[in-house]
Design a protein around this ligand. Structure first.
Ligand SMILES: [Fe+2]
Length: 286
């Protein structure tokens, strides 16, 4: 095509990907081209703005590494991560929520019940959960990938003061589909404020950097859709202003003081009662 103009540039660019062998990838790229062009047309995008956008993406790439994905954070603050989570959520299952930038593969396998407290400061608590299908039947084949921040708000990857793999684990649920993790109460934290996503985009918008306290979990079981989600603390002050749009009412759990002297002794809580967050996680069939 040798006569490209405003009237045919979008169709030409989309059509140029027609040869992609994977139909879904072809449809996605072509839809993306059309959406991108539509945005540029609607806003009458200028050269300076276009260069600024590319420069921003360069910076996002430059600060990203194996241990830090600024692209994930960008997706999160744009609400795209949550939109994808919501599109993938089955109404009969526990809703998904953002993966976030601090998930890393290779978390250590621990036996269930697990104890992650170690040398961590912070309020000692128990997370007790059951994993079931959408009809409430226990899923004894489920596996958990769990991670959270430390009392200073940081994840181990970005805090040299924490040991490797601090406050994260994988485990298998019990024959009854249950698991228990002794840990510290998660605390609210700010999204990274030293990168271009915050400095160039979120902060200038006057938005909050805070995320309400949460545990991250990935729950998987053969024959079921893997669930990536978060569990929030009902007493957190930032539940209504999460910087990455991750909160769903169904994911908010409340700590209850449970009388359990054995658990108290096991995890070093003085007295007879321990704060327990009890949740049920439902997976949708694959
Ligand atoms: Fe997080």
């Amino acid at each position: 095509m040798r006569d490209i103009g405003l009237s045919n540039i979008t169709a030409a660019a989309a059509q140029s990907f027609q040869g992609l062998p994977d139909a879904r990838q072809r449809d996605l790229i072509q839809a993306f081209v059309r959406s991108l062009h539509q945005c540029a047309r609607e806003m009458q995008l200028t050269h300076a703005e276009w260069r600024a956008a590319l420069g921003f993406l360069h910076k996002v790439g430059d600060i990203s590494s194996e241990r830090r994905s600024e692209f994930s954070l960008l997706s999160d603050v744009l609400g795209l991560s949550s939109l994808v989570d919501l599109l993938a959520s089955d109404a009969s299952a526990t809703p998904g929520s953002v993966l976030g930038p601090f998930h890393a593969v290779g978390s250590p396998w621990l036996s269930n019940p697990a104890n992650l407290i170690g040398a961590n400061e912070g309020q000692r608590v128990l997370l007790r959960a059951s994993v079931c299908d959408s009809a409430g039947r226990a899923l004894p084949t489920a596996s958990i990938d769990f991670w959270q921040n430390a009392a200073n708000g940081l994840y181990w990857q970005v805090d040299p003061g924490q040991p490797q793999d601090n406050l994260r684990c994988r485990l298998k649920v019990s024959d009854e589909g249950r698991f228990e993790i002794a840990t510290i109460r998660a605390v609210p934290y700010q999204i990274p404020t030293d990168g271009p996503v915050w400095l160039d985009l979120v902060q200038p918008a006057g938005r909050s950097a805070w995320r309400p306290a949460h545990f991250h979990v990935i729950v998987s079981a053969p024959g079921y859709r893997t669930l990536v989600t978060e569990l929030f603390d009902a007493e957190d002050p930032y539940l209504d202003s999460d910087a990455v749009f991750g909160v769903r009412e169904a994911l908010v759990g409340r700590y209850q003081d449970v009388i359990d002297p054995q658990a108290c002794e096991r995890i070093g809580v003085p007295g007879n009662t321990v704060p327990v967050m009890s949740v049920q996680i439902r997976l949708a069939a694959a």
